[in-house]
Design a protein around this ligand. Structure first.
Ligand code: ZN
Length: 177
């Protein structure tokens, strides 16, 4: 099994937008496989390529019946609202009630280059929106209201201080804001 280290809050790769994949080749398939294994080991229900340091538009997900891979995903349409508790592998151990769209219409490609056309809602719709945010360089911290965000940043700042005090080598993973 091959896995890659997951990048944490503070790592600049998480706030940079990713670029379209031009050729869905063996390297992309190998990356997707490694991402699936990394997601399973974490464990998590979704993982975007920049969470393992690759600035490409690709995410993997598994809500229990997968895993699935989406290359160059695009959300065409959303509808309604749904509030649900949400966490992120790049912000481990924390979660918040976040309101997002409920229904999502997502298109993209699978690893064989076939077009995907997915209309879904609730939990799967949320995974899609969360992973799309990652690919656009947006962390779920940015989806919190002002009070939640202030509190979250305090917790994360404190955590980074503790890590840098006890493990100077750990600092490259958590660079702070
Ligand atoms: Zn995430």
């Amino acid at each position: 099994m091959t896995t890659l280290p997951i990048r944490f809050y503070g790592d600049p790769v998480l706030t940079q937008a990713t670029t379209e994949i031009e050729n869905i080749d063996g390297r992309i398939a190998a990356l997707a496989q490694t991402m699936i294994e990394t997601m399973n080991e974490a464990p998590g229900v979704g993982l975007a390529a920049n969470q393992v340091g690759v600035q490409k538009r690709l995410f993997v997900y598994d809500k229990g019946d997968g895993p699935y891979v989406v290359v160059n995903p695009k959300i065409l349409e959303t509808d309604g609202e749904w509030t649900y508790e949400e966490g992120c592998l790049s912000v481990p151990g924390l979660s918040w009630e976040i309101t997002r769209a409920n229904a999502v219409h997502l298109v993209g490609f699978d690893l064989d280059g076939n077009e995907l056309d997915l209309q879904t809602d609730e939990y799967e719709g949320r995974i899609f929106q969360h992973e799309m945010d990652h690919l656009d360089g947006v962390l779920l911290i940015e989806r919190l209201d002002a009070d939640q965000r202030r509190e979250a940043k305090q917790i994360l700042r404190q955590r980074n201080l503790e890590i840098s005090a006890t493990d100077p080598d750990g600092l490259h993973l958590l660079l702070g804001e």
